[in-house]
Design a protein around this ligand. Structure first.
Ligand SMILES: Cc1cc2nc3c(=O)[nH]c(=O)nc-3n(C[C@H](O)[C@H](O)[C@H](O)COP(=O)(O)OP(=O)(O)OC[C@H]3O[C@@H](n4cnc5c(N)ncnc54)[C@H](O)[C@@H]3O)c2cc1C
Length: 422
């Protein structure tokens, strides 16, 4: 079943066949999100016969219902990455995240995905009065990565947003936002154009991982020489080693009704993100007529009504003038996080691979990770080794979820403390 999102409502999605009888391919990929599909696309482009097996419809998971913001970085902060692997490897990893941004843009152009045309620009804004580190950040990225950004003061922000909440910020003109479901469906169609199979409504229920991999569904099985598991925050006990390494964390979005007031409050087509640990992000869509607003995380999947209330309150705190605007839709999705917050890309056994744990930063990172995993499978490069310091460590099970929720609440309090009096 398709989730009730603005993306699903604005993007027709063709029905695809399911797994029936015995299907033989070279590589079977379990999970039809962006991690699975970008890997499948890279393999299909190299001439491999692939089958993507999706439990629901492709894009059913986080990939088809996310914020649509494509920007560099991992879910894990750069200081933590550097502390783990040193400066050179951290920089190499960061360059990959920029490559991921460029890959999304290139894929949309090459496949002519008209419904996912990039809208340039991201404002990364701050709600408390410390600015020097933002200026240092802009300088450092220009010097280290030749990545141009601009520091914004309060007046420059006010020109774009009719809100008193923001004191400082950074404009990133190379980041952009897209319709993520349209992007994903464009990739799925291209896999089919290249002779690959995209199979839906076929949860893989069990498997046998000998020299021939057998992925069993209710009405048939896929047999392959190689398997890739890409089940994100929807990972089941199908692969216990992956299940124990993933923390599923829910996050939320709302979509407003059309209103001319929106364009007066938000006078930019750029996406907006604040730098709180409890970050709010939003952007105008539908030619500026509607607003998508995202934020909040939880280890339990809260009801859509509760979500709408909480996100609406967040929106009014920034833009009190939008008080009367109706919320048309609210939805949630599961992100998959590793305890260390880095993606988990690697090998489980002979010809058994995994690509997962992209957290809340999956659009750019799946684009580059899928390519890197395909390069490893095809024996073309060893770029995958950059991710080996972050293995499939135990995420803590129920204790991990409790710890994640407590950490989040603690960070919310810290955000409030930093912004006190504003
Ligand atoms: C509300 C929200 C907002 C977000 N905003 C952004 C953003 O603005 N920018 C950004 O970069 N990232 C964002 N993210 C994160 C990003 O969406 C994810 O990191 C990324 O989509 C993960 O892709 P994935 O393929 O790993 O997982 P998913 O897209 O979740 O795909 C996993 C798929 O596996 C399938 N599956 C599971 N088990 C089986 C099985 N047994 N058999 C067959 N199929 C199975 C599921 O049905 C699912 O479709 C957001 C996430 C959410 C939820």
């Amino acid at each position: 079943m398709r989730p009730e999102t603005w993306y699903a409502a604005s993007q027709p999605q063709p029905a695809r066949p399911g797994v029936a009888g015995v299907i033989e391919v070279e590589t079977a990929i379990v999970g039809g999100g962006l991690a699975g599909l970008t890997t499948a696309l890279a393999l299909a482009r190299a001439g491999q016969k692939v089958a993507v097996i999706e439990a629901q419809q492709v894009g059913f998971g986080a990939s088809g219902r996310n914020g649509g913001i494509v920007s560099p970085a991992f879910a894990c902060g750069s200081d933590a990455i550097e502390a783990r692997v040193g400066r050179d490897a951290a920089r190499a990893l960061h360059r990959l995240t920029i490559e991921g941004v460029e890959r999304v843009r290139a894929t949309i152009r090459e496949l002519n995905i008209t419904g996912a045309q990039p809208v340039d620009g991201l404002l990364n804004l701050r709600r408390h009065d410390r600015a020097q580190d933002l200026k240092d950040w802009v300088q450092d990225w220009a010097r280290t990565y030749e990545y141009p950004m601009t520091y914004l003061d309060r007046a420059a922000i006010r020109e774009r947003l009719a809100s008193d909440r923001y004191l400082h910020g950074v404009a990133d003109p190379q980041a952009f936002h897209i319709h993520p479901l349209a992007y994903l469906l464009g990739i799925a169609s291209e896999i089919e154009n290249l002779g690959g199979l995209v199979l839906e409504n076929s949860p893989v229920l069990s498997h046998e991982l000998g020299p021939v991999k057998r992925l069993r569904c209710a009405r048939g099985e896929v047999q392959a020489r190689r398997v890739v598991f890409a089940m994100g925050g929807y990972t089941t006990r199908l692969v216990p080693a992956l299940k124990r390494a993933i923390l599923p964390i829910a996050t939320y979005m709302i979509q407003t009704a059309a209103s001319p007031d929106l364009a007066q409050a938000i006078r930019t087509t750029e996406a907006v993100l604040d730098d709180r640990r409890n970050s709010d992000y939003y952007r105008l869509v539908d030619g500026g007529r509607r607003l998508l607003w995202g934020g909040r995380i939880s280890t339990r999947d809260a009801s859509a009504r509760g979500v709408a209330k909480s996100l609406r309150a967040a929106m009014h705190e920034v833009f009190p003038q939008l008080d009367g605007i109706r919320i048309e839709r609210a939805w949630s999705g599961w992100m998959g996080y590793a305890r260390h917050l880095m993606p988990q890309i690697g090998r489980l056994g002979p010809e058994e691979w995994h690509i997962t744990a992209f957290g809340g930063h999956g659009l750019n990172t799946t684009a580059v990770a899928g390519k890197i995993l395909a390069e490893a499978i095809l024996g073309e490069t060893d770029r995958i080794a950059l991710f080996s310091p972050w293995g499939l460590s135990w995420a803590g099970g129920p204790f991990g979820l409790i710890a994640a929720q407590m950490t989040y609440w603690g960070l919310q309090l810290q955000d409030r403390w930093r912004e006190r009096g504003l």
